[in-house]
Structure formats: C-alpha cells, structure tokens
Design a binder for this molecule. Structure first.
Ligand code: PLP
Length: 316
C-alpha cells in the first residue's frame, strides 16, 4: 500500500536556499490521494488496512468545522461503506462549511457540540456519556492522533527509500495534534534531526503531547528532534499578511500550492531557522507537505488581500 516515493519528492530551488547553501526538497503528500489528503492517509493507514481485511467498525471522532481529519475519515467511511460520525465544535444553526458539506455528502453523521462541552472531550466523564450514547462505536481522538496514527506515520519513511532523501539532515513537518510528527520521530534515521512546527500556541504542552504519543505507541524516544516554539504566528488558522505574502511568493517560485493553516507556517519557520543559522549551510532539508489544500477554499480572499497588503521582504 506504500505508493512510489520518487514521484513525490520535489526539489525546491530558490536564491535564498542557494545563497545559504541549503538543499531543499518537498515531500508532496498532498499528491497522494485526492480526498484522503497528505498525512491523513498515513494517520488512517491502520484503519484502512483493517477495512481492507474486512472489518466493519463504526467510527466516531472530533474536530472543528474545517477539520481535514474529519474530511478524510468521512471519505474512508464512504469508500469502505462504514458508518462514521463526527462531533463538531460549534452550533447546528451555523452555515455548514464546504468541508462539512463534503463529509455529509459522503455519509458522515454530524453532531454539533458547543465549545464548553467540546473542551471536555478527553475527560473520563465525557467519554463515559459518549460511550452510553454510542455503544459499540470506536472513538478516534481529535485529529486522529492515536497510537495507530503514530505507527502509520512511521511508515512514511518507506516512501523515501531509493529517492536519495531517505536520510536528510533535517526533516520538517507541521504539527497540530502531534500524531504525525510523533510517527516521523519514531521512524527517523539516527542522523536525521526532526523539526516539528506547532501551528497553534501550545507552549511547553507540545513536547509533552509528542512524548505521550510516543509512549502510547510504545516507541522509545530516539531524541534528535525539536519543536519550533515560534511557528504559530498568533494561533491556529491565524494568517498575518506576512504569511499570505510568504505563501504567494513560495508558490510563485516553486509552483507548489501551500495550505494557509499548516504548510505555510512550516515553510516560514524553516526559512527563519535557515536565516538565523540554526540550519547550517551544507544541510539537506526535507519539508513535508501535509496536504490540506481543500481547506484553502475558506481562505482564498484572505490570502489574496493579505499578500497584496503586505509591504516588505519575505524569506523565501
Ligand atoms: C492534520 C494536519 C496536520 C497536523 O497533523 P497532526 O498529526 O495533527 O499534528 C498538518 N497538516 C495538515 C495539512 C493537516 O491536515
């Protein structure tokens, strides 16, 4: 089930990288599958394998109304004919997003819960109530970040075998709930440093989240990784004008579309680390494009307005 990695690794050329003598390539997981985009394919890999083997669980999960995870899970449900259900943070009266429209069309049931109750989603009492309301349903955590997700993401290193990029000096990816970066850390070659870029303000929580996911997946922390504390730009889905300009400039020079929530923050954080000398010249850096492009639909005019409003140089 592992696709051909050679077609997914794309060199990125820019004067900025050349001037700093850094070799950069992008792992285009956005090209993996039109619906199960990017890292979500690996996060759901174990579930997909079980479905391929004939299991038919009913699966329930959580997310916001632009959740790429819910979107991917809904598609998997349709593809394999299993029931899926989403507990969505928000109110039933709000206009459904294009993402949730897709999910509903693919057969996912949507149940809205308000912000206060959503905050309790991992509390034992809440889980108890959930178990009573939906007996027999499997519960996937928010973002799908389970031990299985860590094991699934670990296998993405297999994609890189034979591509010339199986042992980069740095492997960098965006982080939301942490399952992806934990899997990348779990499977990394010894000499590769992993850089995770949290796209929301997690503070010191971020390292603890990754540590906990490694523990759940029974992986001994191999060390050689860090999380960039400055990558959030004010919080989840915040898009200051400078980031919109970065997104546009990067797309222009590379031809690779970025998503405004995750990969643009990844690129901005890595480029800043290069400019500051934290990534030394001569290094080979692999950036992971984790997909999410379907989420751009909600932010196109913000990107356009922001990038034209920004005055100043961007690091690309
Ligand atoms: C879900 C998602 C992430 C974050 O993955 P986590 O495993 O939750 O850290 C990164 N990029 C994109 C595009 C995503 O959809």
């Amino acid at each position: 089930m592992i696709p051909d990695g050679a077609q997914l690794v794309m060199p990125i050329k820019s004067r900025f990288y050349e001037a700093n003598d850094i070799q950069v390539a992008m792992l285009r997981l956005d090209l993996l599958h039109p619906q199960i985009s990017g890292n979500k394919w690996f996060k759901l890999l174990r579930l997909i394998q079980r479905l391929e083997a004939g299991e038919r669980p009913r699966v329930l999960s959580f997310g916001g109304d632009w959740s790429n995870h819910l979107h991917a899970l809904a598609y998997v449900g349709k593809r394999y004919g299993i029931e899926t259900l989403a507990l969505v943070r928000g109110h039933a009266s709000q206009v459904p997003t294009a993402m949730l429209e897709d999910a509903r069309r693919w057969g996912m049931s949507l149940v809205y819960i308000d912000r206060d109750r959503y905050r309790d989603r991992n509390q034992p009492e809440f889980r108890q109530t959930l178990g009573n309301a939906y007996p027999g349903w499997e519960v996937l955590p928010e973002g799908g970040s389970s031990a299985d997700a860590v094991r699934g993401c670990r296998t993405l290193w297999q994609l890189l075998e034979g591509t010339g990029w199986s042992k980069p000096d740095f492997f960098a990816c965006a982080m939301g709930t942490g399952g992806t970066v934990a899997g990348v850390i779990a499977g990394k070659p010894e000499q590769t440093q992993v850089i995770g870029v949290p796209v929301l303000n997690l503070g010191g929580e971020a390292e603890a989240m990754v540590g906990e996911l490694l523990r759940q997946a029974e992986v001994v922390d191999p060390k050689g990784w860090l999380l960039d504390p400055d990558g959030a730009w004010g919080g989840y889905a915040r898009l200051p004008d400078e980031l919109s300009a970065t997104l546009r400039s990067f797309e222009f020079l590379s031809g690779v579309p970025l998503d405004p929530v995750y990969t643009v923050k990844l690129v901005a954080a890595v480029n800043r680390r290069i400019a500051r000398g934290h990534i030394v010249s001569g290094s080979r850096v692999l950036l992971m494009h984790s997909g999410g492009l379907q989420g751009r639909r909600g932010m196109l005019s913000r990107i356009e307005n922001g990038s034209t409003a920004f005055v100043g140089p961007v690091l690309v």
